[in-house]
Design a protein around this ligand. Structure first.
Ligand SMILES: NC(=O)c1ccc[n+]([C@@H]2O[C@H](COP(=O)([O-])OP(=O)(O)OC[C@H]3O[C@@H](n4cnc5c(N)ncnc54)[C@H](OP(=O)(O)O)[C@@H]3O)[C@@H](O)[C@H]2O)c1
Length: 355
């Protein structure tokens, strides 16, 4: 059997903020037949996760990618892989059969993914069967996958919180940030978040239960804004954005404060822009600044992460924010929108219907 597969590629390397016009939709005829003896799996894509880090893979060679050994460069015209969920439609691998629901990082930015596998091929190891179906399938794209693990491991393992400590999180209405704030509140911290619109600020306070929130785009002086929200200083800063917000947070940290550097989205679109925190402050206040990747903590925290998260979900205490676009042609605008602040919560694209 043959199907038509539509997929998205970059036309050229992208070094600034991505635009819809940087991408191209291509079409190919795809055979669902797998040669005997091959371990390949073909997946019909249902949901695609849209993630800021992908921009760093799209940059010109030499910008960032040398340190991104967990995810290689994306070249113009080449298929783009990412996180997502799909249903197996053909398989030469005895571990996966037609009809299985699968997820992980080897899905394509398109309608079908061809996952090359052999007993020794690492790509296959990235494919995971989804068996727990108590919640909507889309929860497996973010909450029960990368965003959830990032938020949980970043907060508990890197921030090492104590109850009643004061936590600041940037990018607070986004996929990771909205979960960090909620885990921190449920744990017993005082939580303030910042986001890029009044609508997002209202959501943080009224729906997610943050103690305070503010629109950073309306602040002319971020250092004094943080002083206003933290008159007694910040104990923990969960950083999703880098840049000036990192500088302002360091200025307001308490002695022995911890900064978990999860991401630096404000720097992804401008290679000349770098946060330059006052390092003398870091020394005298004995502040720990730690970058981390969710993958480093996955094995250690997964069991706890899952049981805590499911308990909060079942108790109605955790709100899941999802922001869905529809169809393969919406992938470029969904991705570009991340860097304009269009999304509220996890940005994903619903691809083919699961019939
Ligand atoms: N370390 C890890 O393992 C790991 C894993 C996943 C994600 N991350 C990182 O975590 C961060 C959040 O990722 P996510 O998936 O949850 O994305 P997200 O927050 O759901 O979406 C991106 C958000 O970033 C904000 N933003 C965009 N440009 C900005 C700028 N110049 N300055 C400040 N904020 C800006 C926008 O919200 P506003 O309207 O508030 O501006 C936008 O909605 C990213 O930096 C990402 O790379 C790290």
């Amino acid at each position: 059997m043959e199907v038509t597969n539509r997929y998205v590629v970059i036309k050229h390397n992208i070094d600034g903020a991505p635009l819809e016009s940087d991408f191209e939709l291509r079409t190919e005829a795809l055979s669902l037949w797998i040669e005997p003896g091959k371990y390949d799996v073909i997946v019909k894509n249902l949901y695609l996760s849209v993630d800021p880090y992908q921009l760093n893979r799209m940059k010109s060679p030499g910008c960032f990618q040398q340190d991104m050994n967990f995810a290689g460069a994306i070249c113009p015209g080449q298929k783009i892989n990412g996180d997502g969920i799909g249903r197996v439609v053909a398989s030469g691998n005895p571990e996966f059969k037609e009809g299985d629901l699968v997820s992980w990082y080897c899905m394509s930015w398109g309608e079908y993914s061809i996952i090359k596998m052999s007993p020794s091929n690492m790509e296959g190891a990235k494919l995971r069967k989804i068996e727990m179906m108590e919640f909507p399938l889309s929860y497996h794209v973010a909450l029960l996958s990368l965003s959830g693990i990032t938020a949980y491991a970043g907060f508990f393992e890197v921030c090492k919180p104590k109850k009643r400590e004061k936590l600041f999180v940037s990018g607070a209405s986004g996929s990771v940030g909205s979960l960090v704030g909620q885990y921190a509140k449920l744990f017993g911290c005082y939580v303030v978040g910042c986001a890029g619109s009044q609508r997002k600020v209202d959501l943080l306070k009224e729906k997610l239960g943050f103690d305070e929130a503010f629109n950073y785009k309306e602040e002319t002086d971020l250092k004094s804004a943080l002083k206003r929200y933290f008159p007694d200083g910040i104990d923990i800063y969960f950083d999703n954005v880098g840049g000036e917000m990192l500088e302002a947070a360091i200025e307001n940290m308490n002695p022995f404060g911890r900064v978990a550097v999860c991401g630096a989205i404000s720097e992804y679109t401008d290679k000349g822009r770098r946060g330059a925190p006052n390092m003398v402050n870091v020394v005298y206040k004995r502040i720990t600044i730690q970058g981390f990747l969710a993958a480093d903590h996955y094995k250690k925290v997964y069991k706890d992460f899952l049981s805590t998260t499911l308990e909060h979900l079942q108790g109605g205490k955790l709100h899941v924010l999802e922001d869905m676009s529809h169809g393969v042609e919406s992938i470029p605008s969904a991705f570009a929108g991340l860097f304009r602040g269009d999304n509220v919560g996890k940005k994903m694209v619903e691809l083919l219907a699961d019939d």
